[in-house]
Design a protein around this ligand. Structure first.
Ligand code: GLN
Length: 585
């Protein structure tokens, strides 16, 4: 049945109907197709990586794609989540704090996400409860089905309307069988029914175990996981098998037979060097054509655009595969035991290294272990230093010691957010000789609070202290290192997530001592980029922003690229002259 007919038959039902399907204004039945990616066996297998790779492959064919992550947890956003447990908090241009998978979508698709691309159970339930209070359910008892599932479907269809997408990619957090995501799965089952034939393509992401003692791949856990999905009413069209090694033909055949999925739709998504290789793996396996067939999208493709997009991506992968030289960048952080808490920094370094033609190794330095006089020792083996963002006082003195060593030893340095603030503190203490220079974040009564709470935050602090979040414009000082890195653009846009800033009353004193604030907010005296002049340091730059969040494979962040080039110059000689002059190209 066509989507129009199914939807018409549903709206023609009794007052007591279980078909609770409010359609957003402007929804065009049949226009948007839906791809859903479900996890089985275990979480953390890379649903976001698969979904974003498949979305990229379809986008390259000229289709408009819109991803959405559906999280099971009750928090309204990811702002309060501990990066130790959940990985980094990714901040979108509109200020939404969300799951790190949204970063994967932005990087893979080179497309900015918005708050509409991210949902939590907290958001869904809040919307339902608000509506209930407004009397929006007309005297009905409000139930998981049809009302909560109805809210999920509405959300997906609203995204379809807002983005005019050909394909909405839905990633369900967690694993099939979790209580938290069961209603999302039910909502998708209903959606497929309502939208009619060729509207939905379901992907089960599973895991093929290879126990070292056996040395062979075992498919039982995968079979059981897929069975659980079919029990929930979702018959997958595609099975993506995560595995350490390429999944054997025998195992793929077994999975095909047990799950009623044709063999050529059982895809081996084995470990590879970079996630950016997955789109190519998908194309090589012909999975893109399969999806186009399942969703009947043939007539919407623009194959000419595809070859240019593939050639650009291949160029990146070719460079990535042929990196001969290596440098080491130290990252002095606090969450170094969980690499996911720095996912975007790892990616931004990969992008910059690939463009500069060098493999970047990361030396994770647990800042709280670095004593004041041991920074030189801790940084002995690195060619450059990043001090990333962070909250709270643990490890701060160790990080300041590392910045101080980078400044005095001419070690290329990039500070991000907290790293920017610590560079100001170090400079205030050791160059401006301001006694007790610090931040009120760590010490309320510090003698010279060069870093203090933002004035706008002072007013809202009592209300729960939100942060300055999201994309903000940055005006660059002409002829500065920052301006040269960004190809002399007068104004750029970066992403922010902070509560503290440089207290404006210290700005003149700091600049008189030789530090330049080369990036500023347009309307307020908020310092957003600092640098030391090339005459005094080969590469010393820091930003109040999180420039790692906006780095993309084909458009690396210029400050990361500058760092990598300066580190190369330090290690190999003059290859990084361009970095010192500030050219990012
Ligand atoms: N803790 C600092 C602030 O709130 C830095 C924040 C960060 O690094 N994201 O301003």
């Amino acid at each position: 049945m066509t989507a129009e007919r199914v939807l018409a038959s549903i709206s023609n039902t009794s007052d007591e109907t279980e078909f609770y399907t409010p359609m957003p204004a402007g929804y065009k039945p049949g226009k948007t197709k839906y791809v859903g990616v479900f996890g089985t066996v275990m979480s953390g297998l890379g649903k976001g990586i698969f979904a974003s790779s498949l979305a990229k492959v379809l986008k390259d064919k000229g289709l408009t794609v819109a991803p959405i992550k559906l999280e099971g947890y009750l928090n309204l956003d990811s702002g309060t989540l501990n990066p130790f447990r959940h990985g980094e908090v990714f901040v979108l241009d509109d200020g939404m704090e969300c799951d790190m998978d949204l970063g994967t979508y932005e990087r893979m698709l080179d497309q900015n996400m918005t708050r509409d691309n991210f949902s939590t159970s907290g958001q869904i339930f809040s919307a339902v409860l608000e509506k209930e209070r407004r009397g929006g359910y007309l005297g009905r008892d409000v139930q998981m089905i049809p009302h909560v599932t109805g809210e999920v479907k509405s959300k997906l269809r609203r995204l379809a309307v807002q983005t005019d997408a050909d394909v909405v990619f839905i990633e369900i957090g967690g694993t099939v069988g979790d209580v938290e995501n069961a209603y999302y799965i039910e909502a998708l089952r209903q959606l497929a029914f309502e939208e009619g034939a060729n509207a939905a393509c379901w992907v089960a992401l599973t895991y093929i175990i290879q126990p070292p003692a056996l040395g062979e791949q075992k498919s039982k856990a995968a079979q059981l996981g897929i069975k659980q999905l079919t029990q929930a009413g979702i018959q997958p069209h595609i099975i993506a098998c995560r595995a350490i090694n390429e999944v054997s033909k025998k195992v793929r055949e077994k999975i095909a037979l047990y799950s009623s999925v044709p063999f050529d739709r059982v895809f081996s998504m084995h470990d590879c060097e970079s996630v950016y290789m997955i789109p190519e793996m998908i194309r090589r396996a012909g999975l893109d054509q399969q999806v186009v067939g399942i969703l009947d999208l043939q007539s919407r493709l623009h194959e000419e655009a595809e070859s240019t997009a593939i050639a650009q991506w291949d160029g990146y992968l070719n460079s990535l595969r042929n990196l001969e030289k290596e440098i080491t960048i130290g990252v002095a952080g606090k969450y170094t035991s969980v690499r996911d808490s720095y996912a975007s920094i790892i990616k931004a370094l990969e992008h910059a290294g690939t463009h500069a033609g060098v493999r970047v190794n990361i030396d994770w330095l647990e800042a709280s272990d670095v004593a004041d006089d041991k920074a030189a020792e801790a940084l002995k083996h690195v060619d450059g230093l990043i001090v990333p963002g962070g909250f709270g006082s643990r490890g701060v003195e160790g990080k300041i010691a590392c910045v101080g060593h980078a400044r005095t030893a001419g070690l290329p340095f990039l500070g991000l957010c907290l790293g920017f603030q610590l560079a100001v503190i170090e400079f205030a203490r050791n160059v401006c000789k301001l006694p007790g220079a610090g931040s009120t974040e760590f010490d309320d009564d510090c003698e010279n609070a060069v870093i203090d709470i933002l004035p706008e935050q002072k007013q809202i602090e009592g209300l729960g202290g939100n942060m300055r979040l999201g994309g903000q414009d940055v005006i660059l000082t002409a002829d500065s290192l920052a301006s040269r890195l960004f190809n002399r653009a007068p104004e750029i846009r970066l992403r922010f997530r902070h509560r503290y800033e440089v207290d404006p009353k210290y700005i003149d004193q700091i600049q008189a001592a030789g530090m330049l604030f080369s990036g500023k907010a347009p309307d307020y005296p908020i310092m957003q980029i600092l640098e030391l002049p090339p005459a005094t340091h080969p590469y010393f730059i820091a930003t109040q922003a999180h420039s790692e969040l906006t780095s993309r494979p084909l458009r690396p962040d210029p400050m990361f690229l500058g760092l990598v080039k300066a580190a190369m110059a330090r290690k190999f000689g003059d290859v990084g002259a361009a970095a010192r002059s500030g050219s990012a190209t």
